[in-house]
Design a protein around this ligand. Structure first.
Ligand code: CS2
Ligand code: MG
Length: 408
């Protein structure tokens, strides 16, 4: 069996999805997602210029050797661009492998450990009241877990996750902000004064059952993060995400000494080497890698297995940055993983997105039900894809009030 052709498509409804299609001499094809949010042209170039020329003629069934060839063989290993491109190749090879076996991918991982995977939605609002409305909106849809973010009185912008409609999906559909980032202001003191109390009011209003998650988005210094984590303990969060930037993994030790709040980290990680210390030292409770950014199913399965040894559960990244192909790869891992925790879910279930990526995967009552179609269970309509082209976008830049550049 041989790979005969490979094509990359960039574009999509409200997002620049980077989609890889690998053709074989047996008519079976594989699909993968290489979308690197707001840097989409770069993994596309990495695929077209380096990986695809070396894929043609290879036997797609040897997914392990192909992964090693592109990882070790690159000399310059890791990094988001190379790993997103490799992630798409690996996903497509597993898609082919499972289609050859005529099985849904999860059967090749070890079958189902659960019928459906728990999802969390993003509840947001410019202020606490509108956040409460947004939480109601998701509870009415059956969600039992929500990430909660809201505007902070006196802070011009919160910098992340706030949409006046209370439905953060919308902001991503329309926000092709261009190549020049918009700038936002961050004020740690205001956040530290306001947010613990706001989280407690949410807990008191909605009661003990609702799973509440909160994302600090890398904004705090280690000491501040320890103080914040300690102060939100009575809220009984499901998790506190990215309290500090993930580069300094030592920083988590201080937080751990002061708080038992469950910690989730890893959405910017590209490999097992980025998570190893955090997992082995049991400094986190949830690992947030994404199958695209971390180089595909092959390495992410290894991360999940390492995490299982250390009581760390999965909580894969699921921002709308990922196409339904990455979300499907994660859904297969989610129904299998013995240490599954939760899945972030915002993929845009618009008619346009469903037309571009047809599938039988189903979301109902805050749970993801996996498709039993062979492979990843997601197709790609090339005719639909002709409607879209690349649109430049950028993450915002965040500054402190005095102008100092801060972490988005
Ligand atoms: C966020 C992301 O989903 C999350 O937890 O941290 O939305 C993040 O801002 C984007 O994925 C950045 O590309
Ligand atoms: Mg996050």
């Amino acid at each position: 069996m041989k790979i005969t052709e490979a094509n990359v498509f960039v574009g999509g409804p409200g997002k620049n999805y980077v989609t890889l299609k690998l053709m074989t001499d047996q008519g079976i094809y594989g699909l993968g997602d290489a979308t690197l949010n707001n840097r989409e042209t770069l993994p596309a170039a990495y695929l077209n210029d380096y990986l695809i020329p070396n894929l043609i003629g290879r036997d797609p069934r040897n997914s392990e050797d192909i992964w090693q060839y592109f990882y070790r063989g690159a000399y310059f290993r890791r990094g988001p661009i190379a790993m997103a491109a490799l992630g798409a190749v690996d996903m497509a090879l597993w898609d082919i492998k499972a289609k050859l076996a005529n099985l849904p991918l999860y059967q090749l991982l070890g079958g189902k450990s659960r019928e459906a995977a728990l999802l969390y939605a993003h509840a947001t609002g410019p202020d606490l009241n509108s956040l409460m409305d947004s939480i109601d909106f998701y509870r009415e849809q059956g969600y039992s877990a929500v990430r909660v973010q809201c505007g902070i009185p006196g802070m011009p912008t919160t910098g992340y996750g706030v949409d006046s409609q209370g439905d953060s999906n919308r902001q991503y559909i329309t926000d092709f902000s261009g190549i020049h980032p918009r700038e936002e202001i961050w004020d740690t003191d205001l956040y530290m004064r306001y947010m613990p109390d706001a989280l407690m009011r949410i807990r008191e209003h909605f009661g003990p059952e609702l799973k509440l998650l909160h994302d600090v988005h890398h904004r705090l210094l280690p000491r501040e993060a320890a103080e914040f984590a300690k102060s939100v303990e009575p809220v009984k969060l499901f998790w506190l995400e990215d309290p500090t930037p993930a580069e300094d993994q030592n920083a988590l030790k201080l937080l751990r000494q002061h708080s038992t709040v469950p910690i989730a980290i890893g959405e910017v990680f590209n490999s097992i080497w980025d998570c190893k210390e955090l997992i082995e030292n049991e400094l986190i409770d949830f690992i947030r890698v994404a199958v695209t950014y971390a180089g595909g199913i092959t390495p992410v399965k290894r991360i999940v297995d390492l995490a299982a040894l250390h009581h760390v559960r999965t909580g894969f990244h699921g921002a709308p940055s990922h196409s339904p192909l990455c979300m499907a790869a994660q859904a297969h891992l989610n129904v299998w993983a013995p240490n599954f925790g939760i899945q972030e879910y915002l993929t845009l279930n618009t008619p346009e997105c469903d037309a571009l990526f047809p599938s039988q995967h189903r979301v109902a009552g805050g749970l993801h039900y996996i498709s039993d179609a062979p492979g990843l269970g997601v197709d790609f309509d090339e005719n639909e894809a002709k409607r879209y082209s690349y649109q430049p976008g950028s993450h915002p830049i965040v500054r402190l009030r005095d102008g100092t550049l801060w972490n988005y």
